[in-house]
Write a protein that binds this ligand. Structure first.
Ligand code: HEM
Length: 480
């Protein structure tokens, strides 16, 4: 008995000693880190990394770091020790090992604004669940049967409202198109109704907060965005409750022809989870594709040869339909014939890099190409710099859609990852391409356009045209 008392009185001291030894051992663990610069305490190099630059370039910060340290370098970004990777193989390795060696890890400010159940911040089984719902919502069967018609209707609605010879903000118009399309498909909201206009206004304030510094102080864009977030959620919840009331609260009897209806009917998500899912689809589903359409308008304007070739392709499609007596809108067969258009889309995504890099962290120590990446460090796979690297793409700063023709890309497709990859590959990639293709179809069949005021895409890092891409359009009636 006295031995036991003696043992227990010493136990805390023994435990402390073991912990100290472990800590000492961990401290002594020496990593072979890639070269780089950790910058200032806490801030690190974040300000330099986020400094806006022209989106069709790699940017000074990245260029200088690559030339000084190589394609894998260490830094301190967003408050964490970080490995930045411009190495296409490491980028693929990171995405393919999601959940095993690496995990999605966006800054907590993004979670604060998109919500803790947003797909962009969820990991593990809950992410799989939510992903399954959104992949199902944008399945190829739904694209063929439902979405293609909606895409065309919404594209025409916007394009037909354009007045020739007047200044148009192409970026706003593209946003209108993709926003109307997504709100119709997630909540059956018709464009132009007071409800959808209110949602659009709130969303603009919300978006300004996402791209601002995450300072939750009175008067800041972030604070205003949090307020808009709560207004948007109220709107979605109101829509949801109205449906449930119509069916006496029984979610299983709700119509499932939009995303909200589908989750109410087929999933067991809580109200909070449904609201965050709808909000994150609104975010993921229209910002990126509208910027891509603006980029296509911008890049094509500088390459009239590509516009001519596009026009030939789309006239062929429209005439074939006419000859076959098809009076209905575009169908999947027509879309499949838009081959050169797909080259234009790829080239726009390669050069414009709407999503420039992703946020990941390591779940354990990882060795790669002789370097160590310690457990808990952030890893940023930077696609933009891979897409603009002359070793991967010949004359990478030239807009050259023909590089994608006839499978010429087989050596480079591995390095082309505009939609990410692995378990978190963009759930809306096919819809995004469909939106771009159909918008381009009606654009080139109806209009010529000029840039009305000099503007260029900037990476903030969200890509945006500061002036909204002012253009002037002129009638170009191909089919008369
Ligand atoms: C050209 C347009 C688009 C680009 C460049 C793009 C790019 C991306 C990228 C790179 C990711 C991966 C994020 C990560 O791994 O951390 C992603 C995820 C996602 N995207 Fe897109 N996207 C586009 C359009 C769309 C559209 C139209 C929708 C829906 C309507 C959509 C829905 C999603 C969703 C739900 C995720 C999360 C997937 C997951 O975590 O499993 N995206 N997108």
């Amino acid at each position: 008995m006295p031995e036991l008392v003696f043992f227990f009185s010493l136990a805390p001291a023994i435990l402390a000693l073991i912990l100290l030894l472990k800590l000492f051992k961990r401290k002594k663990k020496s990593y072979n880190l890639p070269p780089g610069n950790m910058g200032w305490p806490y801030l690190g190099e974040t300000l330099g990394y986020l400094k806006p630059y022209c989106a069709i370039t790699t940017g000074d910060f990245m260029e200088q770091h690559i030339s000084r340290y190589g394609k894998i370098y260490k830094s301190n970004l967003f408050g964490y020790p970080t490995i930045v990777s411009v190495d296409p193989e490491l980028n693929r390795y990171v995405l393919q090992n999601e959940g095993r060696l690496f995990e999605c890890s966006y800054p907590s400010s993004l979670g604060g604004i998109l919500g803790k159940w947003s797909m962009l911040v969820l990991v593990g089984d809950m992410h799989k669940n939510m992903r399954m719902i959104s992949v199902n919502f944008m399945s190829s069967a739904r694209l063929r049967t439902h979405l293609i018609q909606d895409v065309e209707t919404q594209a025409l609605l916007v394009l037909k409202s354009w007045q020739v010879d007047k200044k148009i903000l192409a970026q706003d118009e593209a946003k209108k198109f993709t926003f109307n399309l997504i709100v119709k498909n997630i909540m059956s909201m018709e464009p132009g109704t007071p409800e959808s206009e209110k949602l659009r206004r709130e969303y603009i304030t919300f978006m300004k907060g996402i791209i601002s510094a995450p300072l939750n102080l009175p008067g800041t864009a972030y604070r205003r965005a949090l307020k808009s977030r709560s207004n948007i959620l109220q709107l979605i919840e109101h829509n949801m409750n109205e449906r449930l009331q119509k069916t006496n609260g029984d979610g299983k009897k709700v119509e499932d022809d939009d995303l909200l209806g589908w989750v109410l009917k087929h999933s067991n998500l809580t109200t909070e989870q449904i609201l965050d899912l709808i909000l994150s689809m609104l975010f993921a589903g229209h910002e990126t594709s509208s910027v891509s359409i603006s980029l296509a308008i911008y890049l094509l304007q500088g390459c009239l040869k590509a516009v001519e070739e596009l026009r030939e392709e789309h006239i062929r499609i429209a005439k074939a339909k006419e000859q076959a007596g098809q009076r209905s809108g575009l169908n999947w067969e027509d879309y499949k014939h838009m081959e050169f258009t797909q080259c234009v889309i790829n080239e726009t995504l390669r050069l414009g890099n709407v999503v420039r890099f992703l946020h990941r962290k390591t779940l354990k120590d990882v060795q790669y190409k002789g370097y160590d990446i310690p457990c808990g460090w952030k890893v940023l796979p930077v696609f933009a710099a891979v897409h603009l690297d002359p070793l991967n793409f010949d004359q990478p700063h030239a807009f050259n859609p023909w590089r994608w023709q006839n499978g010429k890309t087989s050596t480079t497709t591995n390095n082309f990852m505009p939609f990410g990859g692995g378990l978190r590959l963009c759930a809306g990639s096919e819809l995004a391409k469909l939106e771009m293709a159909i918008f381009i179809h009606h654009l080139v069949l109806n209009y010529d356009w000029d840039i009305a005021e000099p503007d260029q895409p900037f990476a903030y890092p969200f890509v945006e045209f500061p002036k909204g891409l002012p253009i002037k359009v002129y009638d170009h009636q191909c089919l008369t």
